[in-house]
Design a protein around this ligand. Structure first.
Ligand code: MRU
Length: 346
C-alpha cells in the first residue's frame, strides 16, 4: 500500500488564531495567514484566500470562534457576525451548514469560546474523516490504470484534508492503483492549473493540465476512463452545482460514454433545495475574465459575464460518493432513505 503524506494544511487553529494557507499565492508562494478577528476571516472567504465548499465552512466555523472572543458573551453580536460570514459567498451550502451548526452549539452551551472552538475543531476533523471514507468508497469505482479527469480543485485545499474528488484519487493511489490525472485548468481563476496540479504533484501523483476546451475531445478519443468532480451544493433531486464548466464536462462525458462521478460529504447535500434551478449562482467580478494576471485580454468597454458555478442535472451523474454510502439512480429516493436511516440511528 502506498502511503501518502499531505505536506500542507489548508485551514486550522493554532495558539489563539485561525490559520489559512493563502491559496491566491499558490503555486508560486506558500504563505500561511493568521486571523484574529471575524472581519478578517469574512474578507478571506470573500477574496478566496480559502475556497472550496467544505473548507469555507470550516473557515467560517473558526470565524464564529473569533467572533465569540470579540463579543465577550454578547449572543446578539455573535449572531450578527454569523450573518456577516454567511454573506461572503452564496453558493456552497457547507458555509451555511457550518454556521448553523455553530449557532446550535451556542444555543446549547452558551457563547463560550471554548465550546465553540470545540465545535469548529469537530467540524474540521469530521470533514477529514468523511473525505477519507468517501474517498475509499469512490476509489472502488476507479480501475487500476485509469486516467481520471477532474475540474476545479476538490482536494485537500478545498476541504479539511484528503479532499473529495482528489480524495477518491488519493484513496485509489493509496490502494496501489496506477492512476493518471488530467486536470482542467478551470478558467477564470485557474483552480485546476494552480491548485490541483500543485497539490497532486506534491503527493507524487501523476497529473497533467489541459485547457478546459480540450476536455470533450480527449473524452471522445477514448483518453479518459472516468470523470470525478466535487460539488458546492447537491439539490434534493441529485442535481449537482459545482465550478462553472462542470456541466460542459458532464455533457462531454455522456456523449463519449465516460462515467461522470461526484464526490462530496453529506454536508453538501441541501435537502431544502428541491432542484438545481433553485441554487443561487455566485456572479463574480468581470475582471476575473477580462484580465489575466492584471493584464487586459478583452477590449476595453466590452462586458464579461462571470457566473462562478453551474448545475449538472442529476441524469448526467453516474454516481455520488459520500461518507454515508454511494448513491446511484434515483437520488431523491436514496437521499430520503439516508435521512430515515440516520433519524432511526439517533
Ligand atoms: O470558487 P471555488 O474555488 O470555491 O469553487 C470550488 C469548487 O467548485 C469545488 O469543486 C467544490 O467546492 C468542491 S470542494 C471539495
Amino acid at each position: 500500500m502506498t502511503v501518502l503524506t499531505q505536506h500542507f494544511r489548508t485551514v486550522f487553529w493554532e495558539d489563539d488564531a485561525a490559520v489559512l494557507l493563502d491559496q491566491r499565492l499558490l503555486p508560486v508562494r506558500e504563505v500561511y495567514n493568521r486571523y484574529r478577528d471575524v472581519d478578517g476571516m469574512a474578507d478571506a472567504i470573500r477574496d478566496m484566500v480559502v475556497r472550496g465548499a467544505p473548507a469555507i465552512g470550516i473557515a467560517a466555523a473558526f470565524g464564529v470562534v473569533l467572533a465569540a472572543r470579540q463579543a465577550s458573551g454578547d449572543r446578539e453580536a455573535i449572531r450578527r457576525s454569523c450573518a456577516q460570514l454567511a454573506a461572503t459567498r452564496p453558493t456552497a451550502v457547507n458555509l451555511f451548514w457550518a454556521i448553523e451548526r455553530m449557532k446550535r452549539r451556542m444555543d446549547r452551551d452558551g457563547p463560550s469560546v471554548s465550546a465553540l472552538l470545540d465545535e469548529a475543531q469537530r467540524i474540521l476533523s469530521e470533514d477529514i474523516a468523511a473525505c477519507r471514507t468517501l474517498g475509499d468508497l469512490g476509489a472502488a469505482f476507479i480501475p487500476d490504470g485509469a486516467t481520471v479527469l477532474t475540474h476545479c480543485n476538490a482536494g485537500a485545499l478545498a476541504t479539511g484534508g484528503w479532499g473529495t474528488a482528489l480524495g477518491v484519487i488519493r484513496s485509489a493511489v493509496a490502494a496501489g492503483k496506477n492512476i493518471r490525472v488530467i486536470a482542467d485548468e478551470t478558467r477564470p481563476r485557474l483552480q485546476g492549473a494552480r491548485l490541483t496540479a500543485w497539490e497532486l504533484s506534491r503527493d507524487g501523483i501523476d497529473v497533467t493540465v489541459i485547457a478546459d476546451n480540450a476536455a470533450a475531445s480527449l473524452m471522445a478519443r477514448g483518453q479518459i476512463s472516468a470523470v470525478v468532480v466535487g460539488a458546492d451544493r447537491i439539490a434534493a433531486n441529485g442535481d449537482v452545482c459545482n465550478k462553472v464548466g462542470t456541466y460542459s464536462v458532464a455533457l462531454g462525458a455522456r456523449a463519449a460514454g465516460v462515467p461522470f462521478y461526484v464526490a462530496a460529504p453529506v454536508s453538501t447535500i441541501d435537502r431544502a433545495c428541491a432542484h438545481g434551478g433553485l441554487i443561487p449562482i455566485e456572479e463574480r467580478a468581470a475582471e476575473e475574465v477580462t484580465l489575466i494576471d492584471g493584464v487586459r485580454v478583452v477590449a476595453e468597454g466590452v462586458p464579461a459575464l462571470n457566473p462562478a458555478f453551474d448545475v449538472t442535472p442529476a441524469h448526467l451523474v453516474s454516481a455520488i460518493f459520500t461518507e454515508a454510502g454511494v448513491f446511484e439512480g434515483d437520488y431523491g429516493k436514496s437521499f430520503s432513505r439516508m435521512d430515515a436511516q440516520s433519524a432511526a440511528e439517533r
